[in-house]
Design a protein around this ligand. Sequence first.
Ligand code: MG
Length: 382
Amino acid sequence: MAARALPAACAVPEHGPLAQRDFPEPDHPYRTPFQRDCGRIIHSRAFRRLAGKTQVFTERGSDHFRSRLTHTMEVVQIARTIARALGLNEDLTEALALAHDIGHPPFGHAGERALDEALQQYGLRFDHNLHALRIVEHFENRHLEFRGLNLTRAVREGIVKHSRDYKAQDHPELAQYFLDRKPPLEAQLIDLADEIAYLTADLDDGVEADILTLQQIRTGVRLFERHFSPIAQEHKAAPEKALFQETLKQMLNALADDLVTEIRRRVAEAGIQDLKSIRQAPQRQAAFSTEMEQLRREAKEFLYQNLYLCPDLQRAHKQASTVVLDLFGVWMADPGLLPAGYSTQIEQQGAPRVIADYLAGMTDHFVLEMHRRLRKAVPSRS
Ligand code: MG
């Protein structure tokens, strides 16, 4: 069934204030500003490093586990589909999905927590959205005329606001990103496309890792069982693996369908006709229906209890945290051990931030290699 699009004025236009860049550049003859942003993100070093960063599993027990890069590609696919169904700006949506995890440090959320813990001793915080902004504004250097990627304002605003709202009084440095207004729908839907991607993928990878079983998922995840049961009835001779994969696919479709329908319903109910009203609305319009939201929470809770907090992953998280904190400690004690490019930034930024920036950029493999090399100098906390 073809989905009905939202009023055309709800989409971020291809040209206009949100397509502006800080450093003005002439238009490209046949690529839109947001297509160019997609290209700049894909060609960045930070994007390539996503291949070496944990999604859920640090140890390569299987070649089929998602990395942050393959997870990102799944989010791009889902987000683009939703944007197209709603008549939103697909290229902007794709750029935001490509960048949505670019600020993640090694070892997934365990790495992020460790960096945040390290920085808190110095009155600072680590936040992957704000780190992503620093990457695209400062750390990527591929252009002669400017520093960073010179991305459009809509993409930088979406990087900051796709998953949470920041308060203007806490973040004066983000004043140019309209913190008193909601982000465009293209940015609002990214966080939910991300959820759709990992809720289904993590069940898949959890079974691949022999941590989750099909039976356990059938009992614990109502949204899964709702699709599994009729498929299994209809295909009695099918191998379990095929039934499992078919169910994950239907579960993903059901989540995406619900999101499209609910966004359309909310926008219509609020009488929203354009982007200005989306930005001024008291609530974000991108959400699941009440029933699907309940099913989503249950599925997420199941993953926490049975996968993210299972002993194997807890052990890996503990090790990740030790490695990150050890390295942070050794460089704080002797910043002279940092590569030259970093040590020169210390005067401006302070050692804690520079060290966190360096660590955050590393892949899982590289951070472990660094730890191995510096181990002699590191008083291990483990
Ligand atoms: Mg993600």
